[in-house]
Unconditional design. Sequence first.
Length: 116
Amino acid sequence: MTERRWHPVGSSGNFKKWTEQGQEVEGIWEGTTPGKFGDLGIIKQADGTKVTFPLHTVLADRLKRVREGAEIHIEYLGKEESKGGRTFKNFSVEVGSPDDIIPEAAEAAAGEEVPF
């Protein structure tokens, strides 16, 4: 019997868990997609493969300010403790151009209803 290799349907098959300080991913930011346990981020790497990863709170907040299509570099900085004593995963998020950063005022306005 020949061993069969299974291929995932509906995802890239390349999932990154943030477990080790210093883990990095870079490429083109393609936005988010719903996942089984919350939204996932998607980055298309230079070789064309797509990487999906969980959006922990800090990472999700930073990525809200990045335009889709931006060159992006994410580094997992490890677990840290907040002033309130809670542990969280911290990340560094960098983009290739300042034009790819959505200003905070524009981000807030996008979520508000505009009265007529």
